[in-house]
Design a protein. Structure first.
Length: 347
């Protein structure tokens, strides 16, 4: 029985020659360079731990899912584990053991693997090491900001004992452990409001492409015209090029015109809600995505003095949280540089 603390998004074993089951219903718009660069870094023998970082809603899970799918041929087996439901750091190893398909008590798992509660947190790292020691494996760990300390300890143990294991961690902030290499994911390109591009060139901008793709899913006849192009450009800029924000805005364009939606954004984030019913709840509104990230950070936004509250733009009312994230993460990393001088190597 699978542990409710972890949700294995996908897994594969080379002997099956089958790709993992991942949500690839919507295309990955843009990200060609990032997709190739992340794959290359993961395959690098000197970069066995890569942390994909970026602000909430930037598309870390979507990019990692595509890369995981691409790399099935390069590894004997792989696991994509979502730790959003892991209650504490001590539950990380049992949760990952369940996602890999082994019993934390020591038995072989697969679909019959018992819940990590059947074993102990102390046994789970050894069980994982025993299973992975002689295999070329790829492990992706997602939504783990609230248990980063536990992830860091487990990752260190796996890397030290399993020479052919490669690990990709998805997080708003680095693990800050030895061997970690960072891969930062920035928002999509947005239009230059001062540039005068023709429509075909304008539609090739990644944020515009994503918006148009997702609008057409709910409003098939929608087109970018000379009349609405300026509003579309303003919309992408105000959304900071964040894919989650763009997708939520696209859903609203079923009811609103681009100009009306721009005006609504000037009043705050509440309009950016109503994602698909089968998405996780924190991805159904932009405010929830930000709140989840901030509340689960191991650094308190108030007490640590390193993470600053997101501020709203005086012009739009929309919080420039992607820019604030890059600033706060840099400040946090700098303030801890002495303690982690042997840690992450930035790309």
């Amino acid at each position: 029985m699978a542990d409710p603390a972890t949700r294995g998004v996908g897994s594969f074993k080379k002997r099956n020659s089958r790709p993992p089951v991942l949500d690839l219903r919507s295309p990955l718009v843009g990200r060609g360079a990032e997709r190739g660069g992340l794959s290359k870094k993961i395959l690098n023998s000197s970069a066995r731990l890569v942390t994909l970082t970026g602000p909430p809603g930037v598309g870390k899970s979507r990019l990692a899912g595509a890369v995981f799918h691409d790399l099935t041929v390069a590894f004997d087996n792989g696991t994509f584990a979502d730790l959003s439901r892991a209650a504490e750091s001590l539950s990380v190893a049992p949760a990952l053991a369940s996602a890999v398909g082994v019993d934390a008590a020591g038995g072989a798992g697969g679909r019959e693997a018992s819940s990590p509660q059947a074993g102990t947190a102390g046994q789970a790292p050894e069980v994982l090491i025993e299973r992975l020691r002689d295999h070329r494996s790829l492990i992706v760990i997602d939504h783990c900001e609230h248990v980063l300390d536990g992830v860091a300890r487990l990752v260190g143990a796996l890397l030290g004992s399993c020479p052919d294991v490669h690990i990709l961690v998805l997080s708003d902030e680095p693990l800050r452990v030895y061997e970690e290499q960072l891969f930062g994911l920035a928002p999509l390109e947005v239009p230059d409001l001062t540039a005068d591009r023709d429509l075909p060139e304008f539609e090739r901008i990644d944020s515009v492409r994503l918006l148009l793709n997702r609008v057409n899913a709910v409003r098939p006849n929608f087109k970018i015209t000379a009349e609405n192009r300026a509003d579309i450009a303003e919309l992408c800029v105000r959304l900071d090029g964040l894919p989650l924000a763009i997708e939520l805005a696209a859903a609203q364009l079923k009811l609103f015109t681009p100009r009306h939606l721009v005006a609504e954004l000037g009043r705050g984030l509440e309009i950016l809600r109503g994602g698909e019913a089968d998405t996780v709840s924190r991805h159904r509104s932009m405010r929830d995505a930000i709140a989840w990230s901030v509340s689960r950070s191991r650094f308190s936004p108030v007490s640590s003095g390193t993470r600053r509250p997101r501020r709203s733009s005086a012009r739009t009312g929309f919080p420039r949280f992607s820019a604030a994230w890059w600033t706060s993460t840099s400040l946090s990393r700098t303030s801890r540089a002495t303690a982690s001088s042997a840690s992450a190597c930035s790309t």
